[in-house]
Design a protein around this ligand. Structure first.
Ligand code: FAD
Length: 500
């Protein structure tokens, strides 16, 4: 895809920030469910796909099945339902093609600030065209921020004492060196999240040894990479209908598993332990390496497609060590227990740096917005910020399930405003305010490190950031657009025209 430049002066109905899976999905709904809205997606990178083009570490794949992580409107046609990044990228490229969205995407356009001006009833958007190095400006009635939730330029690495002494290579999965040759070398992976669980069995295929050092164990479950029911349905009903049914089945299973986990954590813990015992060699210390101190779904569960992770442990190519890294030495990693693990390569799978809303500064009538002072409305807008929506998906099931629902609410809202002749809409807290709490009830390290910098949520709908898909279907697809918490207005030129 070749970069293109904006033709100033430009005014849009909707600006979408980010051409990841969320931004592309929002663009589809905007195109399909509103009439004649002008919109563009501005994407800072030189390619679409966000997460799925950024990460290139060995084995990079989804944890979710693509019947739910893919779009409702575009059937998943591949053999495997847990998919490698390349397959997801191809799917996104195909979606852009099928939906004729190429002309709507401007690559290498980094949005640096969005400023709401009530006098004009629109956003003034500024940024940099990274191809030409030129500044650009445009105005837009709405900003839909689909800029993701983490920094692209820098993954998270804690300060490891002695890192400078290590004579081998240190690599962070977010900045993978494609030339890194790990065949027949000793690898230590630090971390226990989805990235470490993906990397470990993949590298173990050719490394001399792989040791995954984890401070805290994670729940890991074997899952077939291929969805047999979906394949049978495809043969009988064709791709489109099979996708719909497989998606409904998998949503149901994800939600059921999550709800049972929340209500009966001890039962689910026992069931996961039983599955782990079965998958590991006899006498393996399951209660040391597979026994997280938190309940299932306090953090995202990790998936081992076709049991790859357990197979690598069984065949001896992967070793798990549960301990604290106290520092690096010339030859490897020193642990709190006093043990030392020799390494030629250290992979710091230590996580992400959260960055809300793509890092663009937001002002409303000249005042800089401090996100921590704002409360999320229907999980997609913020009180006191007019004509602004954002894409944060589920953390307990496929991210995109939520994005589809909130994009549908967004298009309903635009149609509702058009019907009434309004051009400004702002969520407004009830008189007396709300008791608020952190935006996400999620224990992952990267969320906990940054939770204080995120907006807040209330304790009841519509101010709650819900993780309940079926509840969200009611709230976002079916409930009336106006519930008394939105202030609608006519602003700017349209106001002057109405008054005249
Ligand atoms: C390795 C990894 C694996 C994951 N696996 C899963 C999974 O299996 N299932 C699941 O549900 N979730 C998973 N997630 C979470 C995942 O990030 C989301 O599911 C989803 O890909 C996020 O898509 P997005 O479009 O919202 O954001 P992103 O993929 O982050 O895309 C955001 C885009 O916005 C652009 N952008 C950001 N700021 C600006 C700006 N200021 N101006 C212009 N452009 C901007 C970025 O360049 C990027 O292209 C995973 C995350 C990671 C890191």
């Amino acid at each position: 895809m070749s970069p293109a430049t904006l033709d100033p002066p430009l005014h849009l109905d909707v600006l979408i920030v980010g051409a990841g899976i969320s931004g592309i999905g929002v663009a589809h709904y905007l195109q399909a469910e509103t009439r004649d809205k002008t919109f563009l997606i501005l994407e800072a990178r030189d390619t679409i796909g966000g997460t799925w083009s950024l990460f290139t570490y060995p084995g990079i794949r989804s944890d979710s099945d693509l019947y739910t992580f893919g779009y409702e409107f575009n059937p998943w046609r591949e053999e495997s339902s847990i998919a490698p990044a390349k397959m997801i990228l191809d799917y996104l490229e195909r979606t852009v093609e099928d939906e004729a969205l190429h002309a709507r995407i401007r690559l290498q356009h980094h949005v640096t600030s969005v400023a709401w001006e009530s006098a004009d009833g629109r956003w003034r958007v500024e940024g940099e065209d990274l191809a030409s190095g030129k500044h650009f400006e445009l105005t837009s009635d709405w900003v839909f921020n689909a800029g993701g939730y983490y920094r692209y330029d820098q993954g998270y690495t804690p300060d490891f004492a002695g890192a400078e002494k290590f004579r081998g290579e240190i690599v962070h999965p977010q900045h993978w060196d494609r030339d890194l040759d790990y065949a027949n070398r000793r690898v230590v992976i630090i971390g226990s999240g989805a990235t470490a669980v993906t990397l470990a069995p993949t590298m173990a295929n050719s490394a001399a040894s792989v040791t995954m050092v984890q401070r805290t164990p994670t729940y890991i479950l074997e899952q077939p990479a291929r969805d047999r029911v979906a394949h049978m349905l495809r043969r009988l009903l064709g791709f489109r209908l099979a996708h719909r049914i497989a998606r409904a089945k998998n949503v149901y299973m994800q939600q059921l598993f999550w709800k049972v986990s929340r209500r009966h954590p001890d039962l689910v813990r026992k069931l996961i332990r039983r599955a782990n015992v079965k998958a590991l060699p006899a006498g393996y210390p399951v209660d040391v390496h597979f026994n997280p101190p938190y309940d299932p779904w306090d953090q995202r569960l990790c998936v081992a497609p076709d049991g790859d992770f357990f197979r690598a442990i069984r065949d001896g190519s992967l070793t798990i060590v549960t301990d604290h890294v106290v520092g690096f030495t010339e030859n490897g990693v020193k642990l709190k227990s006093g043990a030392h693990i020799d390494a030629d390569i250290i992979v710091t799978a230590t996580g992400l740096n959260i960055q809300p809303l793509g890092g663009a500064s937001i002002t409303v009538d000249g005042e800089t917005i401090d996100l921590t002072q704002h409360v999320s409305y229907r999980g997609m807008m913020l009180d006191g910020i007019p004509n602004f929506a954002y894409a944060i998906g589920y953390t307990n099931s496929s991210w995109t399930l939520k994005i589809g629902l909130l994009a549908q609410y967004f298009t309903r809202l635009l149609r509702y405003m058009d019907e009434h002749g309004w051009n400004a809409c702002c969520p407004t807290l009830p008189p007396g305010g709300l008791t608020t709490r952190p935006l996400l009830d999620f224990g992952a390290g990267y969320v906990q490190r940054s939770i204080a910098s995120l907006p807040r949520q209330g304790s009841a709908s519509p101010w709650l950031t819900s993780m309940d898909y079926y509840g969200d279907v009611k709230l976002l697809k079916r409930a009336p657009v106006q519930d008394g918490n939105l202030r609608f207005e006519v602003l700017g030129a349209r106001r002057k025209a109405t008054a005249a």
